[in-house]
Each structure stands twice: as structure tokens, then as C-alpha cells.
Design a protein around this ligand. Structure first.
Ligand SMILES: [Fe+2]
Ligand SMILES: [Fe+2]
Length: 370
């Protein structure tokens, strides 16, 4: 058990937690701050972070405790103490759970908990609750409850900020995706190239065993790979023949231009998009641009997108070339294995059905040929 705190210690802990909350940008960062701050601040044996979930359920999303509580579980509002707190907007303190009929003893008997205090996150229509628990009898004082409520009030502000930030980043991502589409439209009149590259990249990422959230991020970010082409003049981008050396040098500026446009965001998708934009013309053997990095120096995201990008460019008509037959395009991708492309990504590519990739049909099921 934590040592008892002096008033000064507690004030200091609260101020530190509030400062940390003011810089937290995501709900998971906020949870991490709250679960440890609540426990320390109250000298408790455990703390939980509960959210009002879908279908008016109490979701125990996080905890920090001497032994497991209910992390990952959810209960009906009426069936748990946090539900009562969220419905009433009023804090509770229970010195002995075995003497209080608000406590669903079946859920508690298996835990170490003997006493608890719980406060709502936001007092009008609470969005969650913070609970703290002791293994022994603990009479929570008014002062302790005020401290915990102060932490919950700051949590509520931090959650609102995180939500607004996420909306803002989402709006920024959408704007950039529209811009990328507009840029792509200049040399791809069906303007489907970005979506097909995004789709193929997601399939490759999934095939490589990346977790679902990474696959989603890669799909969003891959669509922005050529956004830097907005900085390339039409005369070069739409030139029907071979580029001169000077023109090619200018074309080679598009990865850095794209990365500069996408840089500096806190959004995971935009950070990844900047990484992909910068490195999608690097080659596995180090012969690509802009930096000539090789093998695993090139971020995996870019090693994935470059295969999707080249395959799509081969199989579709571009200002400087006709569409290649699918079989020839697949053969070319294989020929470049270990030269331009990461062999592991090519192994993943081999297990996808190329005809699905050519259509870029988002609703087509992922068909494996191997
Ligand atoms: Fe490019
Ligand atoms: Fe492209």
C-alpha cells in the first residue's frame, strides 16, 4: 500500500497530474495519467478508469491496482457503482462494501476491494468515472473526495480537448486527401490511382501480419503518397515522352515536397503519410531517391506502398506509357524483388490476387492464390 500523503504532497501530485493532462493528446494518454495519479493521490490500492460506453454500459477501460479488478469488462449502468455515479453525477464513498446495498457483491467478492470512493468525470451528463479502492476499511474524507473530483474535472477538460484535436486532425487529413486527389487528377483522369494504391497497400500490410489499426493507418496515409506532385509543373508531370535529366531532377523533388506538406502533425495517419511520401521512391538496393537509403533503413510503410504504387502504374495507362498486361506487370514486380523491392513485401504480394488489385474494388473479398 502507498504511504499516507501530507496535504502538501497531495497538492503537488494533483498539480503535476493536471499539468500532464494538459499536454495529453489522446484518450489513452489521459487514461495512463489518470490511473496512476488517482491511485497515488489517494494512497489507494487500486484505481479504475470507467467510460460511459455504447448502449449505456459502464466500460472498465483501464486500471492500476495491486491485483486485477475489471479492466476490459463492461456492466449495465444499474449493475455497478460507477453506473450510479454516472447517472446521478454525484460522487460516492463506501467505507465497507459488505455493508452497502449499492455494491454488486458478486463482482467485488473476487477482488481485494474492501472500501472505495468514486467520482464522475464531468458533473453534468458524466462521460465516465474514476474509482479508487482500498483492501482495508478506508473512510474517505471530504478533502480526499474534493481532490479526486478536481482530478476528474481536469480529466473531463482533457477528454474534450482530445476529442476536438482528433476532429481537427481528421478534418485536416480529409482536406489533404482531397488535395492529393486533385493533384493525382492531373496525370490520372480516372483519379482512382490513390485509392487503388491505398487499397493494395492495406492488403499487403495485412498480409505481412501488421495489426488492424496499423493496416487502417497505412490505408489512409498511402493515399497521400504523391501529394508532393502538386509542386511539379504540368509540363513535366503530363509530358508524354521521356523526361530530360533536368526535368527528372525536378520530378525527384516530389517526395520531399510531399513530406514538407504533411510534416508537423500529431495525427498518426499524417505522421505516417509524411514518412511514406518521403520514402516511396527509395529502392531496397539503395538506388532510389531522394536519399538513396536501403533495405530496412527505408520505413516498412514506404516499402509496402512502393510495391502498390509501381504495380498500379504498370497496370494502368499513364501519360508516358500504355497499360501493361497484368501477367507482365506481376513478372516485372518479381524481377525487381531485392533490387527495387523488399523481398518480404513481394512474398506478401505473391499471395494476393492481382486481378483484384487492378480493379481496386474495395468490396472484393481478399482472395489468396497461395
Ligand atoms: Fe511518387
Ligand atoms: Fe503514385
Amino acid at each position: 500500500m502507498y504511504a499516507p500523503r501530507t496535504d502538501y504532497d497531495r497538492a503537488k501530485l494533483l498539480v503535476e497530474a493536471v499539468q500532464e493532462l494538459s499536454t495529453d493528446r489522446t484518450v489513452s494518454q489521459i487514461q495512463a495519467t489518470v490511473r496512476s495519479a488517482a491511485r497515488e493521490l489517494m494512497g489507494a490500492d487500486g484505481a479504475t478508469f470507467v467510460l460511459r460506453g455504447a448502449g449505456e454500459r459502464c466500460q472498465y477501460v483501464d486500471e492500476d491496482a495491486i491485483a486485477p479488478l475489471w479492466k476490459g469488462q463492461d456492466f449495465a449502468m444499474e449493475a455497478c457503482v460507477s453506473g450510479g455515479v454516472m447517472q446521478s453525477g454525484a460522487p460516492v464513498r463506501i467505507p465497507d462494501i459488505y455493508q452497502d446495498d449499492r455494491v454488486p457483491l458478486d463482482a467485488y467478492r473476487v477482488t481485494f476491494v474492501h472500501s472505495l470512493a468514486m467520482v464522475p468525470i464531468r458533473q453534468t451528463r458524466p462521460i465516465g468515472a474514476i474509482g479508487v479502492y482500498w483492501a482495508t476499511n478506508h473512510d474517505t474524507t471530504d478533502e480526499e473526495l474534493d481532490l479526486l473530483q478536481a482530478l476528474a474535472d481536469s480529466t473531463s477538460v482533457a477528454m474534450e480537448n482530445a476529442r476536438m484535436l482528433e476532429e481537427l486532425e481528421q478534418a485536416r487529413l480529409e482536406t489533404l486527401q482531397r488535395l492529393a486527389l486533385a493533384g493525382e487528377f492531373r496525370d490520372d483522369e480516372t483519379f482512382q490511382h490513390t485509392q487503388r494504391v491505398a487499397y493494395t497497400s492495406a492488403l499487403l500490410a495485412a498480409q505481412l501480419g501488421l495489426p488492424d489499426d496499423q493496416v487502417d493507418l497505412i490505408e489512409q496515409a498511402a493515399a497521400l503518397h504523391d501529394i508532393g506532385k502538386l509542386a511539379v509543373p504540368d509540363a513535366i508531370l503530363l509530358k508524354p515522352g521521356r523526361l530530360t535529366d533536368a526535368e527528372f531532377e525536378q520530378m525527384k523533388g516530389h517526395p520531399s515536397a510531399g513530406a514538407a506538406m504533411l510534416d508537423g502533425s500529431h495525427s498518426g495517419a499524417l505522421k505516417l503519410a509524411a514518412e511514406i511520401a518521403l520514402s516511396h521512391h527509395e529502392h531496397w538496393d539503395g538506388s532510389g531517391y531522394p536519399w538513396g537509403t536501403a533495405e530496412e533503413e527505408i520505413p516498412l510503410s514506404a516499402r509496402i506502398v512502393t510495391v502498390a504504387d509501381v504495380f498500379d502504374s504498370l497496370t494502368h495507362e499513364r501519360p508516358y506509357k500504355h497499360a501493361w498486361p497484368v501477367a507482365d506487370s506481376v513478372a516485372e514486380i518479381h524481377r525487381l524483388r531485392g533490387l527495387q523491392f523488399d523481398p518480404d513485401v513481394i512474398a506478401a504480394f505473391t499471395s494476393l490476387d492481382p486481378s483484384v488489385l487492378v480493379d481496386g474494388n474495395r468490396h472484393a473479398p481478399l482472395r489468396l492464390v497461395a
